[in-house]
Design a protein around this ligand. Structure first.
Ligand code: IPE
Ligand code: IPE
Ligand code: MG
Length: 247
């Protein structure tokens, strides 16, 4: 299987509508290991995002959700935070045309209100610009935290109850899912974390209730479509039981 042609059709042997979510970790260490500033690692990581998105159809991935900046990442140096924010803006501007050519619909999850006005406008712009695409659904989590998302959803839900448009008896898990940032997405089948850390770091706490997890030592800037293909092969060999018994 080759990954360099964005227009290659899905391989019928492996074509599915998988939702894969990735905690893209290890950019800083990748750069530090080479004696380079951390931002160089983030830039390399952004290239990997472009490659991975292009490879999704041949990998059988319909939904790709990427953790780019957590609600906790504001603790980093101003230089790193600003560098990441300008990297997001540059990525949106540079990649919008390519995403349209490749049929990628880009949406963001997370609390946008804390982002600066220019970046917020760019997020809105690229969402509208790619809204007609249906080949790959790319979601990028910026200023995203699972607990923050649940708190924001709960506030919205409580407001609707207070206004009488929702009754407490009607609050099911399906209703809660519709209040979350990911209301337009199926739950992830697989969550991958790179860089050898084996924690969730506040990612998709509600949505990943029955996801499979794969933790790989590969640092995100070294993570290629081939790495993903190997991970998917091991994921497909797993037996997902969802609490039941396999007969
Ligand atoms: C992940 O890489 C990207 C972001 C969190 C923005 P890190 O920047 O966390 O890299 P390490 O974990 O320090 O190596
Ligand atoms: C998780 O990585 C967040 C992103 C990949 C955006 P971190 O590097 O921020 O997580 P911790 O600090 O190791 O838990
Ligand atoms: Mg990290």
């Amino acid at each position: 299987m080759t990954f360099d042609s964005p227009h290659s059709e899905p391989d019928p042997e492996s074509a599915t509508d998988l939702h894969v979510a990735v905690i893209m970790d290890g950019n800083g260490r990748w750069a530090t290991n080479r004696g380079w500033p951390r931002l160089v690692g983030h830039r390399k990581g952004a290239e990997r995002v472009r490659e991975m998105t292009a490879a999704c159809p041949s990998l059988g991935i319909r939904y790709l959700t990427l953790y780019a900046f957590s609600t906790e990442n504001w603790k980093r140096s101003t230089e790193e935070v600003l560098g990441l924010m300008s990297l997001f803006a540059r990525y949106i501007k540079r990649e919008a045309g390519r995403m349209n050519r490749e049929g990628v619909r880009l949406r963001f999850i997370g609390d946008r209100s804390r982002l600066d006005r220019k970046l917020r406008d760019l997020c809105d712009w690229v969402e509208a610009e790619t809204a007609q695409n249906t080949r790959v659904f790319l979601s990028v989590a910026i200023n995203y935290g699972g607990r923050d998302e649940i708190a924001r959803a709960t506030r919205a839900l409580a407001r609707d109850v207070a206004e009488g448009t929702l009754s407490p008896e009607d609050v099911t898990d399906g209703v809660i899912s519709r209040y979350l940032d990911t209301s337009f997405l199926p739950d992830p089948d697989l969550v991958v974390r790179t860089s050898g850390e084996t924690r969730v770091s506040n990612f998709l706490l509600w949505q990943a209730a029955y996801s499979e997890y794969v933790f790989t030592p590969v640092l995100w800037p070294d993570f290629t479509p081939e790495t993903m293909q190997t991970i998917l092969a091991s994921f497909k060999a797993r037996e997902r039981r969802f609490g039941g018994v396999v007969t």
